[in-house]
Ligand binder design. Structure first.
Ligand SMILES: [Zn+2]
Length: 513
């Protein structure tokens, strides 16, 4: 299991991401072939033969190198070479474990691509976490006694979150002259390495190393020729940027129907680097999409003292809609809003001021928007009722709940899509369903036909700061020169997925009507 599973594709990808000129084995092989053709052109026979032989030797060597490397068999040699080169270039071109891109679970899934581990001397076991591994399993299968493994696990427990162990992460176990474990190292991500080593007193001490990274704000732009995906690729960016971009405009643009040839996009995006190696995208600070469907702009802004930023248009109005149309999953509308409905139990005209969703008892019910719980109690015909007060004079009501979500109370603030209770049939009800009501400034409105509700815009106190940020970013976006898109050539399907954790405040819920 020593050093297996490094992916050459990932290696090529890491070059691409790091923005280095691609001088990889692929292109050098191509050049060698070109040269191999030259001697046939009538050079003096002997000289030509010698040159041909030399070129052939070189060609065979390079092919072996590439071929073996592709088969994951000569990675140690590559590692050594990277070490020997001993500079940033070497670090950024060292292989990335294949599993790095397999699981879109987040930054912790990003496994280091650098050659931090020195070539293995004797007494050192280098390996890679396999599927189904636990740290304990790894230690024992590499010859540690149960007692030794326990000691190491105890040392790691305060420092390493064992749940973040992922296939493809590299580890190193080093034994001292006395045969005991001297150190253990696990490369958790591109940024985090966990190390345990035996100190002078013979105790194993674990620490977490966090590599320094930095953010750069970069301009990206392109013109649609076939798709936004291709245009982003054509602009030299990773395709994960597309998802972020689509999220920013999710409430206003349908990128399946609204993208047309000739449309132009511009983005100011944070990019996180370790040295010169690109790790992932941060926030899209500003974005513009101009096309047949219109011109749309978005500016990310986080007022001082707030926890997360949101997207606004240039005037400071929120781009996000606040209200989920349906506050639960997997339900069908069983009764619509109707002010003159005959009540099924009372058998008299009693308006139906909401929408009924038939759903099994126990189906989680979400807060349709962020807000404050103002009622949470059994309430006669409404059964177990939750009422939430939102910005903009809106109140939402959730009736007939079988039970309330544990641990919540009146006065508590909840985010959109927080579970606030479970479908039931309490109160005046003929069967399990959720009655969802919306009040605007005290009057009931129809949730199914109400106009989209926008989240709050920029507050007055933040207006000046926001305007300054918009002006600066607008200037930078205007300066982006647009090349034709669609020329993407890098096969970056192996790229490490961004988890979106850096893109704060992007609504990905299904609030869209
Ligand atoms: Zn109802």
């Amino acid at each position: 299991m020593v050093e297996e599973g490094f992916s050459p594709r990932a290696m090529v990808d890491s070059r691409t991401r790091s923005g280095k000129k691609s001088a990889g084995p692929r292109s050098s092989r191509g050049r060698s072939r070109d040269r191999a053709l030259l001697p046939k052109g009538g050079a003096p026979a002997q000289k030509g033969t010698v040159r041909l032989a030399l070129v052939l030797v070189a060609l065979v060597f390079i092919n072996c190198y590439v071929f073996l490397w592709r088969d994951h068999t000569s990675v140690p040699a590559v590692m050594k070479q990277a070490q020997a080169m001993g500079n940033d270039e070497a670090a950024t071109t060292a292989p990335t474990p294949a599993a790095a891109g397999d699981d879109p679970g987040g930054a912790t899934d990003e496994v280091a691509a650098d050659g931090e581990l020195a070539p293995a001397p004797s007494g050192v076991i280098d390996g890679e976490v396999a599927k189904g591994d636990t740290v304990g399993k790894i230690l024992r299968s590499n010859g540690l006694s149960a007692a030794e493994a326990d000691e190491l696990l105890r040392a790691l427990s305060g420092v390493f979150d064992f749940k973040t162990l992922r296939p493809g992460q590299r580890f190193r176990i080093e034994r001292g002259p006395d045969g005991r474990v001297a150190s253990f190292e696990l490369v958790v991500s591109k940024i985090i390495t966990v190390r345990a080593h035996r100190d002078d007193r013979g105790e194993l001490i674990a620490v977490e190393d966090q590599a320094e990274t930095h953010l750069e704000v970069e301009e990206v732009g392109g013109k649609i020729t076939s798709s936004l995906y291709m245009a982003v690729k054509g602009a030299g960016e990773r395709t994960s940027l597309v998802a972020f971009f689509v999220d920013v405009f999710a409430y206003d643009l349908d990128f399946y129907n609204d993208t047309h040839e000739g449309d132009v996009f511009r983005v100011l995006v944070e990019k996180e680097y370790k040295g010169t190696e690109f790790l992932r995208y941060g926030h899209i600070l500003a974005a513009e999409y101009a096309g047949k469907a219109g011109t749309f702009q978005a500016f990310w802004y986080q007022p001082a003292g707030t926890k997360k930023g949101r997207y606004f248009d240039a005037k400071g109005q929120s781009l996000e809609k606040t209200l989920l149309k349906t506050p639960l999953k997997y339900a069908r509308v069983s009764s619509k809003f109707n002010p003159h409905r005959m009540h099924p139990i009372l058998h008299k005209v009693r308006g139906h001021f909401g929408v009924d969703y038939a759903a099994p008892v126990g189906t989680p019910v979400w807060a349709a928007a962020s807000g404050t719980i103002v009622k949470r109690a059994p309430s006669g015909g409404a059964g177990n009722l939750v009422e939430i007060k939102h910005d903009g004079g809106l109140v939402t009501q959730y009736m007939h709940l079988s039970k309330f979500a544990p641990g919540q109370k009146v006065g508590q603030r909840v985010e959109a899509k927080t579970v606030i209770g479970y479908v039931g049939t309490t109160g005046l009800s003929t069967g399990p369903h959720l009655h969802f009501g919306v009040k605007k400034n005290g009057a009931h409105i129809d949730p199914l036909t109400m106009a989209p509700q926008r989240a709050a815009g920029i507050a007055k106190k933040d207006a000046a700061g926001f305007r300054a940020a918009v002006a600066e970013r607008q200037g930078r976006m205007n300066a982006i020169s647009i090349r034709e898109g669609g020329a993407g050539v890098d096969d970056d399907k192996d790229e490490i997925p961004d988890d979106g954790s850096g893109v704060g405040g992007v609504g990905t819920d299904d609030a869209d009507p």
